[in-house]
Design a protein around this ligand. Structure first.
Ligand code: SF4
Length: 428
């Protein structure tokens, strides 16, 4: 039967072995008072373990290996960090081990003490056939309370990871939340296809410049389309010409350098998602909602946050255009519901969480989680697969948590570090 060190650590951590009459390889009795805390960083596998060996109570580290010879293979005899190991827990004892000073390390062998059924369950769970995730045949039977608790933890991990990235950007922006929020919002306005040029545009055009023109939508539009590189060509319609005129002045005034127009992608996009339309919507949002991040913080009712994106007054020119100088059939260019959901998810939820985290304010963290609870679940083939496994996924809270679970745990077969996997292994 094949298993790895992770499994042995799991067995040790939860004491899932027969400990009656436990003895070291030297024949001394062993009582486990505490297996210690699992250490995922460098150093011994468990810290603050407590064991009674013979008549002496020892407190220190425990190290787990499949074979005792791994002690040498992993270079522990020369590593001071392992001097304080009080117990070596092995599956198989193939050679005696000692510390740097030559003293022997008390060792216990688990080989004949682990229930074969537990080993078989682990084998089936982690190495069995799978289409999507290792536990796809069992996850549907896990109690919903256990699922909910674990998914909440995984979701918080996801938000913490992403909020660490926001915090880094915030530092490069010298703690300016408005500027950082504006940069993220812009990148998310590009959705998948035009995220990069949108981000470059925002970095080339600080929010503080736009704020100076908050009462003049035409100047905001000129700054945005100009910096996006769309006003460099010769254009015939009155509207783009008036933008060019405004931009020429503002470009000079703020010494601006536009990004390159060729970065914007139109290919395979529906006209209503063309970057020109997104830029017009972004310009409308910037004009209508100055100091947007402060506004987001002020709005207490998460439902009302949606309204920020509803009914953006984009310039009437875009009613019958998708690009400059190309007239099209009239159509109102509103941000679709799913687009608003993506903007809320990737910007508002993330920033409320990051702000709450950085300011140690539960209020904003809770607001971000409430938003996720109120939003519909994403629809994609991964989420549909979880539904087929029997999971109820009715909100973005769950779908986001499941996406994180799949990426950070299931794909890496970290079933023994997963609350669901631990439950499945205990299920008869
Ligand atoms: S990590 Fe957890 S949810 Fe994912 S396959 Fe393993 S046990 Fe299942």
């Amino acid at each position: 039967m094949f298993f790895n060190e992770d499994f042995l650590q799991y067995v040790w951590k939860f004491r899932l072995f027969d400990w009656n009459g436990l003895q070291t390889t030297d024949g001394e009795s062993v009582e486990i008072v505490s297996p210690g805390l699992q250490n995922t960083d460098a150093g011994p596998d468990f810290q603050h373990a407590k064991v009674r060996i013979g008549d002496t109570l020892w407190a220190g580290n425990a190290e787990v290996h499949l074979c005792s010879s791994d002690w040498k293979r992993h270079g522990h005899p020369d590593d001071k960090a392992y001097d304080n190991v009080i117990l070596h827990v092995v599956y198989r004892d193939d050679e005696p081990v000692s510390r740097k000073d030559g003293s022997p390390v008390p060792t216990i062998i688990l080989r004949d003490r682990i229930d074969p059924e537990l080993q078989a369950r682990y084998q089936r769970l982690v190495f069995g056939e799978q289409q999507i995730i290792p536990c796809e045949k069992s996850i549907g039977a896990v109690d919903d309370l256990i699922l909910s608790n674990w998914l909440t933890r995984v979701l918080i991990e996801r938000l913490q990871k992403r909020s660490a990235e926001v915090t880094k950007t915030l530092e490069t922006n010298r703690g300016d939340w408005e500027e950082t929020f504006y940069q993220y919002l812009a990148a998310n306005f590009g959705f998948k296809t035009n995220a990069l040029p949108f981000e470059l545009l925002a970095r080339s055009l600080p929010q503080v410049i736009l704020a100076k023109h908050k009462n003049n939508p035409l100047q905001i539009e000129a700054l945005i389309f100009g910096q996006a590189g769309f006003l460099e060509d010769s254009l015939a319609d009155d509207y783009p010409q008036s933008l060019q005129k405004e931009y020429a002045f503002l470009k000079q005034k703020y010494k601006l350098k536009p990004i390159q127009k060729h970065l914007w992608k139109f290919l395979r996009l529906r006209p209503s998602n063309f970057p020109t339309i997104r830029l017009a919507q972004f310009a409308a949002l910037v004009s209508q909602s100055n100091h947007l991040f402060s506004k987001v913080l002020e709005i207490k009712d998460p439902q009302k946050l949606r309204e920020l994106f509803d009914d953006l007054n984009i310039n009437p020119y875009w009613q019958n255009h998708y690009q400059f100088d190309k007239e099209s059939k009239p159509l109102v260019k509103k941000l679709g519901k799913s687009s608003v959901d993506i903007l809320i998810l990737n910007t508002l939820v993330l920033f409320l969480f990051t702000y709450g985290n950085n300011m140690q304010s539960e209020r904003y963290i809770n607001r971000s989680l409430q938003l996720l609870e109120m939003m519909p679940a994403e629809q994609n083939h991964i989420i549909n697969s979880f539904v087929d496994m029997g999971l109820k996924i009715d909100t973005a809270f769950r779908s986001q948590a499941l996406l994180e679970l799949k990426n950070s745990y299931c794909n890496q077969k970290k079933c023994l570090q997963c609350g669901i996997g631990i439950k499945i292994l205990k299920m008869a």
